[in-house]
Design a protein around this ligand. Structure first.
Ligand code: ZN
Ligand code: CO
Length: 331
């Protein structure tokens, strides 16, 4: 599974520009699916199985886009100013490397008099792609880049850019691979544009019209020096979301997830997240409403170029997801 995670996280596909990652995922899921299609917003929708007695129509969603940078201005010397795609944290920017979807690479600098400043603002950073003028600058207004950082193994911990949410994509792919039988009509959806508001999940959920929706995404942790109080740590198992900024999970879904984990002896954590939301928010509010919840993979340093997860948590997330979608369900 580590190879798959490396392949997914080293692909460059910021929100709205998901074609590269969609191709990578399509290769993985095509042989495992009953049907694969792409909707107008670029969501990759993978159907598996049909509804039996006690079966439900279940939508699983992991977003395949990542945060990124978009060229907004190029000055006479070829320095590029940029707009954010999603929640870029300025703390992770300085001296970082980026790669544009056309292959151009660059580094992120900051205006000289701010180099030692405590916290330069977003607009005081720029990208240097080695150009000397606007004319020979190899990118144009509207081109996008993502962080460039190789996948890294640190013992039990895995580090990469775009763990948010390629790790969710990896969990969905591995669950699809591991699934033996299911009474449910299952939709594994690799959504677009989550990082700019869950736009792909909104349209795909409307199209699928699920009875139950589960997002698989990362959540923050409270286990680094001077973290805010948060009862989530790396290595203590996948998290069952109870609440985040955009959603209160359905209580039956929370109960179903927790009791399944207990039955299968999979460690899990209960999650209350004060900051951010997921595709589950859009699924829950589609049409006349959907029972929704979220399985979260604990992740440190979210929205920086080096996001960290625990490999055992990832494997336990796959186990929990497979257990959830394999058994009949009365909700
Ligand atoms: Zn995410
Ligand atoms: Co995110």
């Amino acid at each position: 599974m580590k190879q798959l995670i490396q392949k997914l996280t080293e692909t460059f596909s910021p929100s709205g520009f998901e074609s590269a990652i969609r191709e990578v995922i399509k290769q993985e899921v095509q042989p495992l699916a009953d049907e694969v299609r792409v909707d107008a917003l670029g969501n990759l929708i993978v159907r598996k199985g049909a509804k039996a007695k006690n079966g439900k129509r279940i939508m699983l969603a992991a977003h395949m886009d990542e945060i990124g940078l978009m060229v907004s201005h190029i000055d006479e010397n070829g320095f590029i100013r940029f707009s954010n795609i999603g929640g870029i944290r300025t703390g992770g920017l300085l001296s970082g490397r980026v790669q544009f979807t056309n292959g151009t690479q660059g580094l992120i600098g900051v205006e000289r008099d701010l180099f030692a400043a405590k916290s330069p603002t977003f607009s005081q950073y720029y990208i240097d792609v080695g150009a000397t003028s606007a004319k020979n600058c190899p990118v144009k207004i509207g081109d996008v880049a993502a962080f460039k950082r190789p996948f890294l193994e640190l013992g039990q911990r895995l580090v990469a850019k775009s763990m948010d949410d390629r790790i969710g994509c990896a969990v969905l792919i591995e669950a699809l691979r591991a699934l033996k039988t299911s009474p449910h009509e299952l939709y594994f959806v690799f959504t677009t544009q989550e990082e700019v508001g869950p736009r792909g999940a909104a349209t795909s959920a409307f199209g699928i019209d699920p009875e139950i929706g589960l997002a698989v995404d990362v959540t923050l942790t409270g286990d680094t020096p001077k973290s805010k109080y948060m009862a989530i740590s790396l290595g203590k198992g996948p998290a069952v979301k109870v609440k985040d900024t955009g959603m209160l999970s359905d209580q039956h879904i929370v109960e179903w997830m927790c009791s399944t984990a207990e039955k299968k002896r999979i460690p899990y954590q209960r999650e209350v997240l004060d900051g951010g939301s997921t595709d589950a928010m859009a699924i829950q509010m589609t049409r006349s409403g959907v029972l929704a919840g979220c399985l979260s993979v604990p992740c440190r340093y979210v929205h920086t170029p080096s996001e960290m997860v625990d490999y055992e948590d990832v494997q336990n997330s796959v186990k929990l997801l497979v257990a959830l979608i394999s058994a009949p369900l009365n909700l």
